[in-house]
Design a protein around this ligand. Structure first.
Ligand code: GLC
Length: 469
């Protein structure tokens, strides 16, 4: 039975391949013939990352290399601010191949065509992670060391390391700038972005050519930023029962460097659902942190990516897996994995989503379940010795995925219903499933994925204090 489902998933992935001048260069997001494609017929950078990992683990690097070369040419090279033009170094959210007569053209979208015109902060991060995975699986370092590739890496780094009006090591972004690409109250310092930022900086450290004098100047900057970022997230984003108790008893309006409640969090912000929900053992990284603000929601991708990349400490990773096991009904559900928990409802939904009907409670980004995340769940489960958890989740999901034609997402508190506006034949649902199977079949493959550096943590990272209370 499983072999048949795996074959089906490969068919979905392979039939999504897009060619340019006779070469495979990417995969479209979905091939649902029953709904209007909008931009789902384009090659999204974040969606392709998952396809790329599946192809690389299967020993097929060609499409990945072509994708990297193609997007390298599309990367924005103009210095811009506002004017609805992308800033220098930005990687496209997506691109498509158009034809006029027999001539093919590449058309990039940096968010200027997308609904609500959101620029993708995550595209450059995914690009670095794809490049890193390519180099790890093929050992083709010469590709990464080409002058134009080094230049592309530096442009991405310049764009995300630039100092603006900020004092935190975390990265400040607008709402909807990553996988959650609609308004969802994920502006400021969302965990998903911080985890990707961290993973991408680590990849960049490894990819920069030390023999290239310009590239070499980035190393100390990266190392410092990574250390500060790890310290900040591990210390201030961490939440477990004893930390919750600390926040509950916080004094406020503390002035000066000795303040304990650094972000002036008012205990009244603790939501009612959290008090009884948080188990005795286990914890997680909160969704967002800024002045006077903790977003207490759980975000699946951010937490798992933080574990995989080593942003969460080993103890924290263990505690996050404990929480996943203890609250599996809420966080894993029938088809893994809940993107965010709990859903925004009522007035919160009105204010934070702008009354977005696609993101009504327990649907889509707002509490829906995303099978693409199976790859991350499996990866972290293997890294932390919880293989059985991933196996159970995969078993529960695979029949539904195959029966429902690989939908984009599921709705409902436990993910029992197929998403109301979900595309079928969604490429990353199939690719995410395939990676999970590839990893379970041979756990050694985990070391080839770009986000996995836990076992090789450099000295400075273990110095970044972890807090598991
Ligand atoms: C949706 C998702 C986004 C994804 C795109 C293509 O807009 O929110 O993360 O990249 O679909 O699948």
């Amino acid at each position: 039975m499983q072999a048949k489902i795996i074959r089906q998933a490969w068919q979905v992935l392979e039939s999504s391949v897009v060619t340019y001048q006779g070469q495979p260069v990417g995969t479209v997001a979905a091939q649902d013939t029953e709904t209007a494609p909008l931009n789902y017929d384009q090659v999204f950078t974040r969606d392709f990352a998952i396809s790329a990992f599946a192809f690389l683990l299967d020993g097929r690097p060609e499409i990945v290399r072509n994708f990297l070369e193609t997007t390298l040419r599309l990367q924005s090279q103009e210095r811009q601010l506002d004017c609805f033009k992308p800033g220098e170094g930005l990687m496209p959210a997506s691109f498509k191949v158009t034809c006029d007569g027999s001539r093919e053209h590449l058309v990039a979208d940096f968010g200027e065509y997308s609904i609500a015109q959101v620029a993708p902060v995550d595209s450059g991060f995914w690009w670095l992670l794809i490049l890193h995975a390519y180099v790890r699986t093929t050992a083709d370092r010469a590709f990464a060391e080409r002058a134009e590739v080094q230049e592309a890496i530096r442009l991405i780094l310049d764009l995300c390391l630039i100092s603006r009006f900020d004092m935190f090591p975390t990265m400040l972004v607008p709402d909807g700038s990553f996988m959650i690409d609609r308004r969802m109250g994920v502006y400021g310092y969302p965990l998903d972005i911080q985890a990707q930022f961290f993973a991408a900086l680590r990849a960049a450290m490894d990819l920069l050519d030390d023999n290239d004098p310009t590239s070499a100047t980035y190393q100390p900057v990266l190392s410092q930023r990574l250390s500060n970022l790890a310290h900040h997230v591990r210390t201030y984003y961490w939440l477990d029962l004893s930390r919750l108790n600390q926040i509950y008893c916080y004094g406020v309006e503390e002035y000066g460097p000795t303040s304990i409640n650094k972000f002036n969090i008012h205990p009244d912000t603790i939501p009612n659902w959290l008090m009884d929900w948080l188990p005795e053992h286990g914890g997680y990284l909160v969704g967002n942190l800024g002045p006077g603000r903790i977003d207490y929601r759980w975000f699946g991708q951010g937490n798992l990516l933080a574990c995989a990349a080593g942003l969460a400490s080993q103890e924290q990773t263990g505690a996050i897996m404990q929480l996943l096991a203890a609250r599996a009904d809420d966080l894993i559900g029938e088809v893994p994995l809940k993107l965010c928990f709990p859903a925004l409802a009522d007035q919160d939904w009105r204010i934070l989503t702008g009354c977005d009907p696609k993101n009504r409670p327990w649907s889509y980004h707002n509490g829906g379940h995303w099978p693409v995340l199976l790859w991350l769940l499996t990866l972290v489960s293997l890294q932390s010795g919880h293989q059985a958890l991933a196996e159970r989740a995969l078993k529960a999901a695979e029949r539904r995925l195959s029966r429902d034609d690989w939908p984009e997402y599921y709705d409902g508190r436990h993910g029992r219903l197929m998403g109301q506006q979900a595309r079928r034949h969604q490429t990353w649902s199939a690719a995410g499933y395939l990676i999970a199977c590839q990893l379970l079949e041979d756990p050694e493959r985990a070391a080839l994925l770009p986000v996995t550096s836990l076992h090789r943590a450099p000295g400075w990272l273990s110095c970044a204090k972890a807090s598991v209370t």
